[in-house]
Design a protein around this ligand. Structure first.
Ligand code: AR6
Length: 172
């Protein structure tokens, strides 16, 4: 049987899936990194819909249409700023980003979903922490989806994901 979890390298904005997940900022008004790329390709209508959502707290998730993206929907979630010492429960908040995104996807009948490496850019989630969190939770949710794409933009993320996935499936 074909594997549900697929670790791939590339640009998440080019994927024709039911939903892509955005590593957003709390204001949900766009920004740099993957957020900037998603807004650029989706167009101004995405920003207009995001304005009506009144932001998103760390670990929460909100859904919009995909507009000019090949993806039908965008799920916006906000990872904790790993470098911010005033945030205490960062690991739990990062886990919540994945969990709440999957739960929202299930509620919206989404069957194919793609995640970037949440928090692992500007917000500086360490590569080993981000890798483990993303893959462990993907295994918890694989039964609800046809495909889960874990999209790595940088080579080091791709290699880290591949290695951890291999370790995990070898001892299954
Ligand atoms: N496709 C897939 N992954 C990408 C793409 C892309 N087109 N572009 C970048 N990445 P980041 P964060 C990867 O910084 O750490 C924004 O300004 C990137 O290599 O986008 O959660 C927001 O507005 C990294 O692995 O998100 C927030 O202010 C991953 O996406 C802040 O950054 C996440 O990096 C959020 O920071």
């Amino acid at each position: 049987m074909a594997k549900v979890i697929q670790i791939i390298r590339g640009d998440i904005t080019s994927l024709r899936v039911d939903a892509i997940v955005n590593a957003a900022a709390p204001e949900l008004l766009g920004g740099g990194g993957v957020d900037g790329a998603i807004h650029k390709k989706a167009g101004i209508e995405l920003l207009e819909e995001c304005r009506k959502l009144h932001g998103c707290k760390y670990g929460e998730a909100k859904i919009t249409n995909g507009y000019n993206l090949p993806a039908k929907k965008v799920i916006h979630t906000v990872a904790p700023k790993w470098y911010d010492n005033s945030i205490e429960n960062k690991q739990e908040l990062l886990e919540n980003c994945y969990i709440n995104s999957y739960e929202l996807a299930i509620k919206n009948n989404i069957k194919t979903i793609a995640f970037p490496c949440l928090g692992m850019g500007v917000y500086r989630v360490p590569i080993d922490t981000g890798t483990k969190t993303s893959i462990d939770i993907a295994f918890e949710y694989e039964k609800y989806f046809d495909k889960i794409y874990l999209v790595c933009f940088r080579d080091e993320e791709y290699h880290s994901y591949k290695e951890y996935y291999k370790e995990k499936t070898e001892d299954r």
